[in-house]
Write a protein that binds this ligand. Structure first.
Ligand code: AMP
Length: 187
């Protein structure tokens, strides 16, 4: 089962992805984690993207799409993908459709975790303390939220009219969201 988790930064996509990989035995596909890993390993890509990430700006579609191609065509992960933080632009959404068609796969569920700004700021502040992510200071958080509104929220229209689209109240407690997702998946 391939699933997209969609929502603003701090919506709980990563948390729900971790829950889903456990219950479904799937793989988390977090572009944020993949990009942070490139920085940590100081690769060519890492050197190119570090300033964008730290300023809360998007990394080029071209770079993200090329990382995604490897994952979608990885046969050991076929039909077991939990997308967390991708797609974030219309171009990425179109690219994902293309990659899935080429690899004879589909998206089974799109879960939109809808949260308000207050919850996001609270959650990211907590994460900043717990995970010490360098791109989690308040300024960067607010920039990331603005970018989401401008660039990512239009991607909602791309998915919201589809039959497999489900909106959840992301302001709820994690457990409550887990349960709702389980109901939709009939687990
Ligand atoms: P995340 O861990 O998903 O919150 O992502 C952290 C940062 O990584 C974002 O603020 C962007 O700078 C970058 N990033 C993650 N996913 C994408 C994506 N799909 N497209 C462009 N940039 C991304």
């Amino acid at each position: 089962m391939n699933i997209i988790l969609f929502g603003p930064p701090g919506a709980g996509k990563g948390t729900q992805a971790k829950f889903l990989i456990k219950v479904l035995n799937n793989f988390q596909v977090s572009t944020g984690d993949m990009l942070r890993d490139e920085i940590k390993k100081d690769t060519e890509i890492g050197k190119k993207i570090i300033s964008f990430m730290n300023e809360g700006k998007f990394v080029d579609d071209e770079i993200v799409n090329s990382l995604m191609k490897k994952v979608v065509f990885d046969t050991s992960k076929k039909g077991k993908l939990i997308f967390d933080g991708y797609p974030r632009t219309i171009e990425q959404a179109k690219n994902l459709d293309l990659l899935l068609t080429e690899s004879k796969q589909q998206i089974d569920f799109v879960f939109f975790l809808n949260v308000n700004k207050e919850t996001i700021v609270k959650r990211i502040e907590k994460r900043r303390i717990e995970e010490k992510r360098s791109d989690d200071d308040l300024d960067t958080i607010l920039k990331r939220y603005d970018t989401y509104l401008k660039t990512t929220s239009p991607v909602l229209n791309y998915y919201s009219s589809k039959q497999n689209f489900y909106e959840l109240n992301g302001n709820q407690e994690i457990d409550q969201i887990n349960e709702q997702i389980k109901d939709f998946l009939k687990l």
